[in-house]
Ligand binder design. Structure first.
Ligand code: ZN
Length: 94
Protein backbone atom coordinates (compact mmCIF):
# COMPACT_ATOMS: atom_id res chain seq x y z
CA UNK A 1 0.00 0.00 0.00
CA UNK A 2 1.36 3.37 -0.95
CA UNK A 3 0.00 6.68 0.13
CA UNK A 4 0.69 9.66 -2.04
CA UNK A 5 0.60 13.22 -0.80
CA UNK A 6 0.50 16.35 -2.88
CA UNK A 7 0.39 19.97 -1.89
CA UNK A 8 -2.86 21.80 -2.46
CA UNK A 9 -2.47 24.61 -5.00
CA UNK A 10 -5.04 26.96 -3.48
CA UNK A 11 -3.50 30.27 -2.44
CA UNK A 12 -3.08 30.45 1.35
CA UNK A 13 -4.04 26.79 1.79
CA UNK A 14 -1.58 24.60 3.65
CA UNK A 15 -3.56 21.44 3.11
CA UNK A 16 -2.59 18.26 1.32
CA UNK A 17 -4.21 16.06 -1.26
CA UNK A 18 -3.73 12.52 -0.03
CA UNK A 19 -4.75 9.28 -1.72
CA UNK A 20 -3.88 5.61 -1.77
CA UNK A 21 -2.57 4.34 -5.06
CA UNK A 22 -2.74 0.66 -4.16
CA UNK A 23 -6.02 -0.10 -5.90
CA UNK A 24 -5.30 1.55 -9.20
CA UNK A 25 -5.19 -0.75 -12.19
CA UNK A 26 -3.32 0.85 -15.07
CA UNK A 27 -5.02 -1.49 -17.53
CA UNK A 28 -8.49 -0.64 -16.35
CA UNK A 29 -8.76 3.07 -15.79
CA UNK A 30 -12.22 4.35 -15.07
CA UNK A 31 -13.67 7.35 -16.77
CA UNK A 32 -14.64 9.85 -14.15
CA UNK A 33 -18.37 10.46 -14.51
CA UNK A 34 -18.28 14.03 -13.38
CA UNK A 35 -15.38 15.25 -15.49
CA UNK A 36 -15.50 12.83 -18.40
CA UNK A 37 -11.83 12.00 -18.46
CA UNK A 38 -9.71 9.09 -17.35
CA UNK A 39 -9.07 9.27 -13.64
CA UNK A 40 -8.03 6.89 -10.91
CA UNK A 41 -9.46 8.86 -8.08
CA UNK A 42 -10.99 12.17 -7.09
CA UNK A 43 -9.38 13.17 -3.81
CA UNK A 44 -10.02 16.32 -1.82
CA UNK A 45 -7.70 18.71 -0.07
CA UNK A 46 -7.46 17.88 3.64
CA UNK A 47 -8.21 21.49 4.56
CA UNK A 48 -10.06 23.52 1.92
CA UNK A 49 -11.80 20.44 0.44
CA UNK A 50 -10.91 21.48 -3.08
CA UNK A 51 -11.33 18.62 -5.53
CA UNK A 52 -8.53 17.15 -7.61
CA UNK A 53 -8.19 14.35 -10.11
CA UNK A 54 -5.58 11.62 -10.13
CA UNK A 55 -4.80 10.75 -13.73
CA UNK A 56 -2.29 8.37 -15.29
CA UNK A 57 0.38 8.03 -14.14
CA UNK A 58 -0.38 9.18 -10.65
CA UNK A 59 -0.39 12.80 -11.65
CA UNK A 60 -2.67 14.99 -9.58
CA UNK A 61 -4.32 17.84 -11.40
CA UNK A 62 -6.50 20.79 -10.62
CA UNK A 63 -9.94 19.92 -12.04
CA UNK A 64 -10.66 23.52 -12.94
CA UNK A 65 -7.95 23.46 -15.57
CA UNK A 66 -9.50 20.57 -17.45
CA UNK A 67 -11.45 22.63 -19.97
CA UNK A 68 -8.45 24.68 -20.97
CA UNK A 69 -6.49 21.73 -22.27
CA UNK A 70 -3.52 22.55 -20.13
CA UNK A 71 -3.73 20.87 -16.79
CA UNK A 72 -1.82 22.09 -13.86
CA UNK A 73 0.01 19.35 -12.09
CA UNK A 74 0.22 20.08 -8.40
CA UNK A 75 3.39 19.66 -6.44
CA UNK A 76 4.02 16.31 -4.90
CA UNK A 77 4.84 16.18 -1.22
CA UNK A 78 6.18 13.74 1.29
CA UNK A 79 3.61 11.95 3.43
CA UNK A 80 5.57 13.01 6.52
CA UNK A 81 4.90 16.64 5.63
CA UNK A 82 1.20 15.87 5.64
CA UNK A 83 1.47 14.05 8.98
CA UNK A 84 3.39 16.94 10.50
CA UNK A 85 0.72 19.35 9.29
CA UNK A 86 -2.02 17.18 10.80
CA UNK A 87 -0.21 17.15 14.15
CA UNK A 88 0.13 20.94 14.00
CA UNK A 89 -3.59 21.29 13.41
CA UNK A 90 -4.40 19.00 16.33
CA UNK A 91 -2.16 21.03 18.61
CA UNK A 92 -3.86 24.26 17.61
CA UNK A 93 -7.30 22.71 18.00
CA UNK A 94 -6.46 21.43 21.47
ZN1 ZN B 1 -6.52 23.12 0.02
Amino acid sequence: MAIEAHKCNQPECKGFVVFENADFDLKDIQTDEKYGCYAFDRPHCSECRKEFLVIPHYIVIDVNDKDFGEWEQIESACITEFERRQRELKMHAG
